[in-house]
Write a protein that binds this ligand. Structure first.
Ligand SMILES: *Cc1c(COP(=O)(O)O)cnc(C)c1O
Length: 426
């Protein structure tokens, strides 16, 4: 079908929850996407931070092909390959233990089960973490919030209130929408589930006041270390540290929503590690399986133990296909030292963006970058449209803010190519 035919069909039969850009992508390779007319584009959005190894990476494609042929899905009633491996690897990464993660990935490749078990073992003085697999970020957060409430009920202070930050984003289900403190997204859908309280990001006084008033009713603080959808706003380290302190003092848990910032994008396995804070629960999705839908809730084993059989579930979560893709993706990210790579290329990219005309501020960490444009630049959505015409896929989170979430395979040459396009567009 032609692009116009495809567009006609989509417009007529697909719900209009998105305003789509006027392009149909049909294939991709590395940093490049190809449209229906054969034209190439440089991809600095990566399917909203999903395709972390770019398009068509052989490690991901190979794992998906092999797993699809072997076995696609059997449900969580059974043991399968790769599920335990991915969870063990996430435990190493949750401890920011890249040496241990690397040894574990080598053990996977050796095919020696005893070596895998030895490498997976939680080292002396380290935490053990356990994972629940979901299909998306919203579902990962659902699992995290349910776990926080359950832990409070079974082992903690019995509270059920979750403190969330204004401008945050946690998903589109009713519960995650209730946690997403943005009127723009919430208003049409009220009444929303209760048990949520809003705090202004980085306002330590307001946070302290919330704890003074609600104290033991609070079972969790949930935050994005770097708010993504609001326009890439990193939290202050002091605020995150105080949130951890206050919530632990009250007997609750800290949930870090790492769906966008997590898994090496910011130069660390998990973005909250930039702030020297160890949370109790972390939510993952987007890049975790290199493009295959998957999510995960990763919790300190002591907290995770609150879940008993029957408390939570998912038909598709942690399917054979998803965990095979996740193991291949995460192994490649560890092997290729993509944390350091994201840090280095991201630092370079931030400098280059800051030197562009009309750019007034660049924020973020690693390869999660946002930049604010001045009034004269016009609407950022128009800038995105012009960039697309000029051959680059980027994104706007607001009228004056551009967002970049490129694949982590992005090189300085790719950045240079993007900067040239952006210079002409701006
Ligand atoms: C994208 C995102 C979500 C929601 O993930 P879905 O897979 O769309 O449900 C949740 N939290 C953050 C921080 C996100 O960026």
């Amino acid at each position: 079908m032609t692009f116009d035919e495809e567009r006609t069909l989509d417009n007529e039969f697909v719900m209009h929850t998105y305003g789509r850009s006027p392009v149909e992508f049909v294939s991709g390779s590395g940093m490049k996407l190809v449209d229906a007319s054969g034209r190439e584009y440089l991809d600095f959005l990566a399917g909203i931070g999903v395709c972390c190894l770019g398009h068509g990476h052989p490690a991901v494609v190979g794992a998906v092909e092999a797993q699809t042929e072997a076995l696609m899905h059997v449900s969580n009633y059974f043991y399968i390959e790769h599920r335990g491996e991915v969870a063990a690897l996430l435990s190493k990464l949750a401890n920011d233990d890249l040496t241990g993660a690397s040894a574990l990935v080598d053990a996977f490749a050796s095919g020696d089960g005893a070596a895998v078990l030895a490498a997976a073992k939680t080292a002396e003085g380290e935490q053990a973490w356990q994972t629940f697999f979901s299909n998306s970020g919203a579902e990962a957060n659902e699992c995290s919030m349910k776990l926080a409430r359950l832990y409070a009920k079974r082992c903690g202070n019995g509270g059920n209130t979750i403190v969330c930050l204004r401008g945050g984003f946690h998903g589109r289900t009713l519960e995650t929408l209730a946690a997403t403190m943005q009127n723009r997204l919430q208003d049409t859908f009220r009444p929303l589930p209760g048990g949520f309280v809003a705090c202004t990001p980085n306002d330590v006084d307001e946070l302290r006041e919330i704890f003074r008033q609600l104290g033991g009713e609070i079972c969790a603080v949930m935050l994005e270390p770097i708010q993504g959808e609001s326009g890439v706003h990193p939290l202050d380290a002091a605020f995150v540290q105080e949130a951890a302190h206050l919530v632990h003092e009250a007997g609750g848990v800290l949930i870090s929503d790492e769906v966008q910032a997590g898994l090496f994008r910011t130069g660390k396995p998990f973005a909250i590690q930039l702030f020297d804070v160890v949370p109790d629960i972390m939510s993952l999705a987007k890049g975790i399986a290199g493009g295959v839908p998957a999510g995960a809730c990763v919790a300190r084993a002591e907290v995770a133990a609150a879940y008993k059989p029957g408390d939570h579930g998912s038909t598709f979560g942690g399917s054979c296909l998803a965990v095979a893709a996740a193991e291949a993706t995460l192994s490649e990210l560890v092997r290729g030292k993509y944390a350091d790579h994201a840090d280095q290329v991201g630092t370079y990219m931030a400098e280059q963006l800051a030197a562009l005309p009309h750019v007034v501020e660049v924020r973020g960490a690693g390869l999660m970058l946002g930049c604010d444009l001045d009034e004269a630049a016009g609407d950022a959505h128009d800038v995105v449209a012009k960039a697309l015409e000029a051959g680059a896929v980027i994104n706007a989170t607001g009228a004056h803010t551009l967002r970049f979430l490129p694949p982590l395979i992005c090189t300085k040459d790719d950045v240079d190519e993007l900067i040239e396009i952006m210079r002409s567009v701006l």
